[in-house]
Design a protein around this ligand. Structure first.
Ligand SMILES: Cc1cc2nc3c(=O)[nH]c(=O)nc-3n(C[C@H](O)[C@H](O)[C@H](O)COP(=O)(O)OP(=O)(O)OC[C@H]3O[C@@H](n4cnc5c(N)ncnc54)[C@H](O)[C@@H]3O)c2cc1C
Length: 327
């Protein structure tokens, strides 16, 4: 199918404007990323599902994007239909002690909603940018908690079975990991179970988390959060700092001097600059400590398709055996 047929057929689905060659750097917190061949922001859950069914039925590669705060997008961009959850999956419903929300809702908004309703459990989310959907995929967490502690069930779109509900146990949440990373499920909404608490106490905890965040991380600079996962019980930031990497640079990509596990885009950084820095860090940390760091940020590049698999050597699959970290 050629580009004009794709535009016509997507347009006929009544899912809003279909943009062509949309720069993905506009949709990522890193401000990095080449163009998406097609970019849509469907305005309702049913429109998101129509778009997903269509790409599946026509074997067109696709990629789902939330707030783009945990991804490093290739400079070549994506030859795919990129579907944003930002507009269509925005419902929020509170029925204490439950909070149900569409996967395009920002985590910070959810944390504030829970606080207003006097529900505890989401305070940790106040300092995590990004959407509920991205947080489910990553089992996002901070300040000693993560999504696994609150998720009760998720409505998913599954290319083989359509829309269905799964209990949290089926999502197989682990540290910065979930089944969403290895199956082509798309999260449409989720139901979270919280507990009653004094709103003043909840707000105090959230303020404390925010204050800590502001002093320990380069908030306000273009970045994608932690670059590497913590090789527990060690911390990636501590290991990277120990090799003297703070301030290392590849063109406009720089290791933050505030937190060594953050890479900052100083303005014109390309994905290739970030990759070079990541490879250098991983190699030197390995030589100095024997620890192989694994990326937390997700690589989004050609070949991504609907599978969320990645091809850069930094992201080799766990269980595939160790690759030489300095190759
Ligand atoms: C300054 C900063 C601080 C951060 N701090 C933290 C932190 O403390 N803890 C933490 O865990 N993370 C942190 N992050 C990373 C990031 O915010 C989280 O991982 C967040 O949950 C990602 O959400 P997103 O909407 O931006 O996802 P995106 O970056 O848009 O997507 C991430 C992945 O999820 C997939 N995806 C997105 N939505 C869906 C969906 N609905 N269904 C299926 N797949 C989907 C995408 O395809 C992609 O593979 C930080 C990032 C920044 C920039």
């Amino acid at each position: 199918m050629d580009a004009s047929q794709i535009i016509d057929q997507l347009g006929a689905l009544d899912i809003g404007a279909v943009r062509q060659d949309e720069p993905l750097r506009r949709h990522t917190s890193f401000k990095i990323g080449g163009p998406a061949k097609f970019f849509v922001e469907p305005e309702s859950q049913s429109a998101v599902v129509r778009a997903l069914n269509w790409v599946r039925d026509h074997h067109i590669p696709y990629f789902i994007i939330g707030q783009g705060t945990n991804i490093l997008v290739s400079d070549q961009g994506l030859d795919a239909v990129v579907i944003s959850t930002a507009r269509g999956l925005k419902s929020i419903e509170v029925e204490a002690p439950y909070l149900s929300a569409g996967s395009g809702v920002l985590l910070t908004k959810l944390a504030h909603t829970a606080a207003r309703a006097g529900l505890t459990g989401l305070e940790f989310a106040i300092s995590i940018p990004g959407t509920l959907g991205g947080a489910l995929v990553m089992n996002a967490g901070a300040h000693g908690s993560s999504m696994v502690a609150v998720v009760e069930r998720v409505t998913v779109w599954d290319p083989f079975h359509g829309v269905r509900e799964i209990p949290a146990s089926e999502a197989e949440f682990e540290y910065r990991k979930s089944r969403f990373q290895k199956t082509p499920w798309i999260a449409l909404d989720a139901r979270l179970k919280l507990s009653p608490e004094d709103p003043v106490k909840i707000r105090e905890t959230m303020s404390h988390h925010m204050a800590y965040r502001l002093q320990s991380q380069p908030v306000g600079e273009a970045n994608a959060g932690s670059i590497f996962k913590n090789p527990l019980p060690e911390f990636a930031g501590r290991l990277i700092e120990s090799i003297g990497a703070k301030g290392w640079r590849e063109n406009d990509a720089e290791v933050s001097s505030l937190h060594a596990n953050f890479i900052i885009n100083r303005g014109g950084a390309k994905a290739i600059d970030v990759l070079r820095l990541m490879r250098r860090i991983r190699c030197v940390v390995y030589q100095a400590t024997g620890v192989i760091l694994r990326p937390e940020v997700r690589w989004i590049g050609p070949g991504e398709g609907g599978t969320n698999t990645t091809w850069d050597n930094l992201w080799y699959a766990e269980g595939e055996g160790l690759r030489e970290p300095c190759e």
